[in-house]
Design a protein around this ligand. Structure first.
Ligand code: GAP
Length: 513
């Protein structure tokens, strides 16, 4: 991973320069927190989606996939609780007229205290050298202990006020901490108000008859409303899961950090329907299974951690995040939620229809409980990209930028490069492309010196390059160069496909699960 302080900026500019992610409608100066995926980004995203889909649906006999519509009957969102409870607390600064998330203002204040702690730790580590014991220092140094206590008490009060919906106290906290507007420096704030994150739209031809709709803020509800359809038509027996990938929309106010928090994003969600009373066991199983899915990618165990929720969403009786070490610190990548029977019971109430399952073993009807796994595809993309971007100084003191993506997810698996653009080498290289392209995402490149072409493929994350040279014409062998080690070996053309497929196929990744 790029170690410099500006590594995140490097990730963003690399994503743009190499056709992974562009600002949306950039020629019109873009649209805040909305992004387009370019030619390599779309391919990487497709591969991540496929890895998730195959791991969930193909490898589990009792999980099936669906593709529900983005538009749903508006009452869905009343039943799910999103109309009433899917809110962010907002506050406006009267001088700058800028709008902020009140909780984020307080959290940013706490982040500054945490930065002070880190500074003290770094100073002490330097002073004490190898003998430094960070844990002991943090529990005994009076200044650091003071900072920690202050941070904890602020977060506790914020948590309590938000839970009780005591927005006046959130404002009082902002005032007591003397938090000022980052833009104007003013401390003249409005009251804190709840702001619903759903985007509204209309269905219908005339203003009078149009129906107010929402763009779905999560894909999960498309699964809940289809629970009986799938259970009956698929003759599914509990426990079973329904998986889905698709777009979700949230009017995020603090939309920043590139594709980490977007207004239009893609989720990969799975609802696992289980008998009531078994939720704890399934929740633990799914936490473990999902972490395994991440670890199989080889991005380093140290870069993941679980964060168990203390403040639970309105639908959950247990919840945890899998957090990933992004360039800006550990943040939520995936959520695992024990959602009880909240959603199905609520849809029963609003529709008057039974959403129950007859359990032949228990000989009774009941509303199943649900354990959900929910991961943002764009966030997963950012985790992969930021972890993969590496700058290396080579033995000859030159630099190379290489995207060390897991080979199975790389947009292009192999690039075929004729050493020169003559003597029949391009023609032979083309025959290799024509052979490989059925099984592997294959690129052909004949422009520039071969060293520059290697660098270009390194920056795109292509795990293998095949170079066709004059010897190839004579003995039907080529050189195969591996991205990370840069090792080259001479291989018979006949062996290429099997050798590369074995190393880069999704199957090899899935077999680790
Ligand atoms: N159905 C449950 C649900 O939607 P969530 O924690 O709100 O739970 C699940 O979202 C995942 O979706 C998150 O862990 C994150 O990866 C992704 N996600 C949520 N909001 C996002 C946003 N504004 N931009 C990008 N990804 C987002």
């Amino acid at each position: 991973m790029v170690q410099q302080a500006d590594q995140f900026k490097k990730v963003i500019s690399h994503a743009k320069e190499y056709g992974f992610v562009f600002p949306s409608s950039e020629i019109y100066d873009g649209l805040s927190a909305v992004y387009d995926y370019g030619q390599n980004g779309a391919a990487l995203k497709k591969n991540i989606r496929e890895y998730w889909w195959k791991a969930m649906v193909q490898l589990h006999e009792n999980i099936v996939g669906i593709d529900a519509a983005i538009f749903m009957h508006p009452t869905t969102w009343k039943a799910s609780g999103h109309v009433d409870a899917f809110n962010d607390p907002l506050i406006d600064n009267k001088v700058s007229k800028k709008r902020y998330r009140a909780d984020v203002l307080v959290e940013d204040y706490v982040a500054k205290i945490e930065a002070k702690i880190e500074k003290e730790v770094a100073k002490a580590a330097k002073r004490f050298g190898a003998a430094f014991d960070e844990a002991q220092f943090k529990t005994t140094n009076p200044r650091v202990v003071g900072y920690q206590e202050k941070a904890a008490s602020i977060l506790k009060r914020l948590g309590k006020s938000l839970e009780k919906e005591d927005l006046a106290d959130v404002k009082a906290l902002i005032e007591e901490l003397e938090i000022s507007c980052p833009e104007s420096g003013s401390r003249d704030w409005t009251e804190v108000k709840q702001f619903n994150l759903m985007f509204g739209t209309k269905l219908g031809a005339s203003a009078e008859s149009a129906m107010d709709l929402y763009l779905r803020p999560e894909t999960a509800q498309g699964i809940f409303v289809n629970f009986l359809n799938v259970q009956k038509t698929g003759r599914m027996k509990l426990p079973f899961g329904i998986a889905q990938t698709g777009k979700a929309f949230r009017n995020e106010i603090v939309a920043r950090q590139f594709i980490f928090r977007m207004r239009e994003f893609e989720q990969m969600e799975m609802q696992f329907f289980i008998p009531p009373g078994t939720q704890k066991e399934w929740y633990e199983q799914w936490k473990e299974k999902r972490l395994k899915w991440h670890l199989a990618l080889g991005m380093g165990e140290d870069n993941y951690r679980f964060h168990d929720h203390e403040k639970l969403a309105h639908y959950a009786d247990a919840a945890a995040d899998i957090e990933f070490r992004f360039p800006f610190g550990f943040k939520e990548l995936e959520g695992i939620h024990s959602r009880t029977d909240f959603d199905l019971v609520s849809h029963e109430k609003f529709t008057g229809k039974k959403l129950q399952y007859f359990d032949p073993e228990r000989n009774e009807n009941y509303v199943p409980y649900v354990v959900e796994t929910s991961i943002g595809l764009d966030r997963m993309f950012l985790a992969l990209l930021s972890n993969a971007l590496t700058e290396e100084t080579l033995d000859d003191a030159t630099q190379r930028t290489v995207l060390k993506l897991p080979p199975a997810l790389a947009p292009t698996k192999v690039a075929v490069l004729p050493l020169v653009k003559k003597d029949g080498l391009p023609e032979l290289a083309r025959t290799i492309v024509d052979d490989l392209k059925w099984d592997l995402e294959t690129a052909y490149d004949e422009k520039d010196a071969v060293g520059r072409r290697y660098r270009r493929q390194d920056a795109l994350g292509t795990p293998y390059c095949i170079t066709v040279d004059h010897q190839s014409l004579e003995d039907q062998t080529v050189t195969l160069r591996e991205r990370d080690s840069m090792q080259q070996e001479r291989i018979a053309m006949d062996h290429l496909k099997k050798l590369i497929v074995d190393k880069v196929s999704l199957t090899s990744l899935l077999q680790k699960l």
